[in-house]
Design a protein around this ligand. Structure first.
Ligand SMILES: NC(=O)c1ccc[n+]([C@@H]2O[C@H](COP(=O)([O-])OP(=O)(O)OC[C@H]3O[C@@H](n4cnc5c(N)ncnc54)[C@H](OP(=O)(O)O)[C@@H]3O)[C@@H](O)[C@H]2O)c1
Length: 339
């Protein structure tokens, strides 16, 4: 089978298109004939050696697949050849076949569009948790959204603008084209991080934040919530714009090599709630079923985003583009036929 192998951590040239034997489904496993693989920021992190506990190199890269089951191992119940599935995989997603434990896999409705499913099945669950469960955004609030056109960011924006009547979103992006995408999705204020200083912009929009001891309990300026999957230098700058008693959700580090430590000394009088988030904390919890139900309902009732896909041979180019901030929405790799 054709697959994309990661030979060493580092630049995209370390991806190689290889021809290797297809894996076989062992006991308790199914084999998926992959039609689309999802690319997320986690793939960029994997390529750069920034994820702990990954299989040793060389390894077939790719962390999400959607396709049809074409082999069912012993002791598997509830799944059959031909069932459509979408799932995260620990590795091996950028390949024509992937093997996965059958446990927790559920067959999808046969009519489902698999590339669309890939765009929503994880990112919408994450966006749901960020907005409803973690930040607990309320009507009347202002939300600062970093990487607002990203795979997770665009869905978070859409929830905030379609499911709330009066939430103001300040979305950060990096090009005029992305700014247009934010505008058509109802983003109230748009900041291009390549040409504008977002702290200045938030100060202009919300008024300067009243912070520190001298301000007493006085209210004023700043955003109620920041949804930050970027970290890096924004760990310092966000402190200047999250208002007293605001919520600061941190769920990724696109802007740095690792999650930086947060020195709270400069904001200790601001009473900000700092909220690290990982979806890993929620697997198997009742709230996950709520998030999945929300996603299903969204897929059935909402206008959905177009999904642009790249061929398997262009995984390296897609990864370069994602890392350079050139992609919008979900990045999907087309591997098998359309389904
Ligand atoms: N905690 C969890 O459970 C969980 C789950 C899923 C994803 N995540 C995190 O959520 C974030 C979004 O993931 P995704 O897969 O949807 O990726 P994504 O946002 O689609 O990634 C691409 C975007 O990242 C932004 N970016 C890249 N480098 C940047 C930099 N140096 N500074 C600021 N922005 C930069 C760019 O946005 P602009 O150029 O437009 O600004 C780019 O378009 C990632 O940090 C990911 O690790 C966390």
């Amino acid at each position: 089978m054709r697959a994309i192998q990661l030979n060493a951590y580092g630049p995209v040239e370390n991806y190689q298109l290889v021809d290797v034997p297809a894996p076989e489904a062992g006991p308790g496993q199914v084999r998926i004939k992959v039609q689309y693989a999802g690319m997320r920021w986690g793939d960029v992190m994997h390529r750069n050696g920034r994820i702990r506990d990954m299989p040793p190199l060389p390894v077939i890269a790719g962390l999400e697949v959607a396709g049809e089951i074409d082999q069912v191992g012993e002791d598997v119940t509830g799944l059959k050849v031909g069932d459509k599935v979408v799932t995260m995989v620990p590795s091996g997603g950028f390949a024509e076949y992937a093997v996965m434990p059958a446990l927790n896999l559920k067959p999808l409705d046969p009519s489902v569009q698999l590339d669309r499913m890939l765009a929503y099945f994880l990112n919408m669950v994450v966006a749901y948790f960020l907005v409803y469960r973690w930040a607990k955004v309320r009507e009347g609030e202002t939300v600062l959204l970093h990487a607002a056109t990203g795979g997770v960011g665009l869905l978070a924006l859409q929830i905030l603008k379609r499911r709330f009547e009066n939430v103001r979103v300040i979305g950060i992006c990096s090009s005029a084209e992305k700014a247009d995408l934010l505008r058509v999705n109802g983003c109230d204020h748009i900041v291009d991080r390549t040409t504008q200083d977002y702290v200045e912009e938030v100060n202009r929009i919300c008024g300067p934040k009243t912070g520190g001891f001298a301000a007493g309990g006085q209210q004023g300026g700043g955003v109620d919530v920041a949804l930050n999957g970027v970290a890096g230098s924004t760990i310092e700058t966000d402190k200047q714009v999250v208002r007293k008693r605001g919520r600061w959700v941190i769920f990724g580090f696109q802007g740095g090599e690792s999650m930086p430590a947060i020195d709270t000394a400069s904001i200790c009088y601001d009473g900000i709630t700092i909220m690290p988030f990982s979806i890993n904390a929620w697997f198997g919890q009742p709230e996950m079923a709520e998030a999945e139900a929300f996603t299903r309902e969204w897929l059935e009732g909402e206008e959905l985003n177009d999904v642009a896909s790249w061929p398997l041979e262009q995984v390296a180019e897609a990864s370069r583009a994602m890392e350079a901030g050139e992609t919008s929405g979900k990045v999907v790799i087309k591997i098998g036929g359309a389904a």
